[in-house]
Design a protein around this ligand. Structure first.
Ligand code: GDP
Ligand code: IMO
Ligand code: MG
Length: 433
């Protein structure tokens, strides 16, 4: 009998992260059998709100609150057992239930305490050129993966695990020493030795979770006709290859990352759902052509509650950059767009969108290599604000005309349809076509 072979859909951020991926994955989970995170680690903070509860997930896929779905942490993810443990405890889901609904790839790499130490040392050594990393050890953990030195989740049960751990830790400590940084570096407020102790205690939980060959599970599931949504972390403009390097994260955040981060062949990907905010934010350093330093920027931050889910840092805010969005859509092959945080603009008379840049009288209509060039100025198109609350609007047809016009303008500019519009942090606040 021929089976119905399903393709994997991919959902990812098109800006600098925090587009609302967590919320949208939670909204879409009832349509899927499997939700699988494909890259990043605890640098991510994905917020879900329902039944007056607010939950922030870091490593665990955002489908975890729907009993019908299997959640997978893919091989492309990096895991800090301490953060993972804390996250599990905060879910208030029994371990028995979790072991049936949360699987982890044996090939996912571990973030060691000494990776976190190195992250802090590298950032301190950069002074005012720092990346603005979340300091979760992401860069050093991925560095070791590529250098073929890393430890993976599947190694925990091996006899020589402790030996390998010690060897790698000593390499890290020697590197850290060579930077001669005298500061007393703390990890999550703890001294290195204290964190290391907690790390080993936390491994016990990880060890008891189903550690699987997730690429085989994923492909078999698709072959059996199950539906899968791959959940991205960060955003396209933080991609290691195409983001504003070096102010990026250390993984491929684009659709291609879902292939390598889960073991899905490119020919097996289906819809690509790209999420963008109706404006732009960025947390950490690096170029941001449409950043606003005035009261409009402050208003976006206050109305949008733009403070980091992982670090609490205020997010930099600015107008929607359509040139950057078009670039992100191209890199990901986005088939459907999802616009979030439309409600944040409810109170604006005028809304601007950047259509291109100017560099010394020259028109630049693509996201440039030198996006940090101080002479690069965004050129805006001004659109009318809708000046209406959106809470009772459930379909696009009911939307106020200026919102419809805004969406139509974006769709025409980026040549991609907008499928959903999010109008608040709660699961129920969504406009469909
Ligand atoms: P993620 O990293 O992409 O999952 O996004 P974050 O969770 O870091 O940041 C998005 C923030 O906006 C969270 O606080 C969400 O609860 C919130 N949020 C998501 N969608 C909307 C929306 O449509 N409107 C408003 N006002 N907030 C939203
Ligand atoms: P989610 O999945 C926003 C940013 C950091 C820093 C740079 C490198 O919630 O959208 P790293 O810790 O990876 O070394 O930091 O990337 N960054 C994020 N910004 N959302 C995220 O994830 C981010 N993850 C990393 O602020 O500028
Ligand atoms: Mg986030």
């Amino acid at each position: 009998m021929t089976k119905i072979h399903k393709k994997a859909d991919v959902l990812l951020g098109l800006q600098w992260g925090d587009e609302g991926k967590g919320k949208i994955v939670d909204v879409l989970t009832p349509k899927y059998d499997i939700i699988a995170r494909f890259q990043g680690g605890p640098n991510a903070g994905h917020t879900l709100e329902f039944d007056n509860k607010k939950i922030i997930l870091h490593t665990i896929p955002s489908g975890i609150f729907h009993e019908s779905a299997i959640n997978i942490i893919g091989n492309g993810v990096v895991i800090d057992p301490v953060i993972f443990n804390k996250e599990i405890e905060s879910l208030e889901i029994s371990k028995e239930v979790l072991r049936k609904s949360l699987y982890i790839s044996k090939k996912a790499h571990l973030i060691l305490p000494s990776h976190r130490l190195l992250d802090a040392v590298y950032e301190k050594s950069k002074g005012d050129k720092k990346i603005g990393s979340t300091l979760k050890g992401i860069g050093p953990a991925y560095t070791d993966k590529i250098a073929r030195l890393g430890l993976r989740a599947g190694c925990i049960k091996q006899k020589d695990f402790k030996e390998k751990y010690e060897a790698l830790k000593h390499v890290h400590l020697r590197i850290a020493d060579s930077f001669n940084i005298d500061d007393d570096i703390r990890i999550e407020g703890k001294r290195f030795e204290e964190y290391e102790k907690l790390w080993f205690e936390s491994l016990k939980l990880l060890e008891k979770m189903p550690l699987i060959d997730s690429e085989i599970f994923v492909n078999k599931s698709l072959k059996d006709g199950l539906s899968l949504l791959a959940e991205g972390a960060q955003g396209t403009l933080l991609d290691i290859d195409f983001g504003s390097y070096p102010f990026v994260t250390s993984s491929n955040t684009i659709t291609a990352g879902a292939c390598t981060g889960l073991g899905i062949a490119p020919s097996m990907t289906g819809e690509v759902l790209g999420i963008f905010k109706a404006y732009c934010t960025r947390v950490g350093s690096g170029p941001f052509p449409t950043e606003l330093f005035d009261e409009t920027g402050d208003k976006l931050r206050t109305q949008g509650n733009e403070f980091g889910s992982t670090t609490g840092r205020p997010r930099r805010c600015g107008w929607l950059d359509l040139t950057a969005l078009k670039y992100a859509i191209m890199l990901n092959g986005v088939t459907k767009l999802i616009m979030t945080k439309a409600d944040v603009l409810n109170d604006f008379d005028e809304i601007k969108v950047c259509t291109h840049y100017k560099l010394k009288n020259q028109k630049i209509d693509h996201f440039p290599f030198e996006a940090d060039n101080k002479d690069l100025t965004p050129v805006y198109k001004t659109l009318k604000g809708w000046k209406k609350p959106l809470e009772d609007i459930k379909t696009f047809g009911q939307a106020p005309k200026p919102l419809k016009d805004f969406v139509k303008y974006v769709e025409a500019f980026v040549e991609t349809p907008v499928w959903l519009i999010s109008t608040g942090p709660d699961r129920k606040q969504i406009i469909t076509q």
